[in-house]
Design a protein around this ligand. Sequence first.
Ligand SMILES: [Zn+2]
Length: 263
Amino acid sequence: MENYEVFAIKYATRDAMRSGHFIGGDPHDAPMPMDYFVWLIRNAGRSFVVDTGFSAGMARQRKRTFLRTPTEGLALLGVEAAAAKDVVITHMHYDHVGTFFDFPAAQFHLQDSEMNFATGRYMRHGRFNHGYEVDDVVGMVRLVFKDRVRFHAGSAELAPGISVHHIGGHTAGLQCVRVATARGWLVLASDCSHYYEHMETGRCFPTTFHVGETIEGYDKLRTLAESPKHIIPGHDPLVMARYPAPSSALDGIVARLDVPPKD
Ligand SMILES: [Zn+2]
C-alpha cells in the first residue's frame, strides 16, 4: 500500500460565536472563530488537491478575513495549481469550489448527488442555496461539457490508498476523502464535521440539508478512519493547534496531518 503526506493549508478565517455553529444554538455562548482550508495529499508519485477555497473578491463579498489565495498556499508546498492534475471537490459550497478556474489542467472529482443537488429543485430556496454561488455551479457545469468532471456515486478509489466516500447531510452530495498514511487511515472530513465538537457531541452545524445523514455520517467517518484522532474536521482552528507545521516558516499556515497530533 502506498502512503501519502497530507497537509491542511489555511487561507482565510473569520470571527464567529458558538451560537452560530450549532442547530439549536449553544447555552454557553462564546467566541468560536472559523478557519478555512484547502488540503493537499501527495507522495513521490502523485498529488491530489482537496477543495479549492474562495477568491479575494468572494472574501470581500462575504466579509471573510482573507490570508492568501489557495493557489499561494499550495505554492508554499511547492505545488503549482496550474499544473495540478486531480482536484477533489468535497461539495460545491463557495468556500470549497470557489477558485476552480485556477486549476486549468485538473480533472475535478465530484459526487453525482452534489451536482444534482446544486442544479436541482432545492436551489430555489435561500435555506439551501446560500452556501452556493451560482457562478461556481455554472462554472462546474461548463467543465462537465469539457469532460473535466469525474463523477462518483458513493465510494470510489481514485488511486491506491486514496478514496472518496459519499456522506451527505450538510449538502446532499458531500463526500469525505480517505488517505493511507504512515500513521494509518486518515479521513479528511471536510464539512462532514465542521469542528471536532460536532462529531464528538453528535450535534449539527446549522447549514444542513439532512440532519439524519449528518449524524449517521459521524459514524461513517469513524468507521473509515484508523481512530477518531485520524479524522480532520473542515473548519476547526484546533487542527492548526494540534498538528505541527512542516517547517517553522509555515507555522500557523500549514499543518502536517500524516504525523500524530501533539496532544
Ligand atoms: Zn465549508
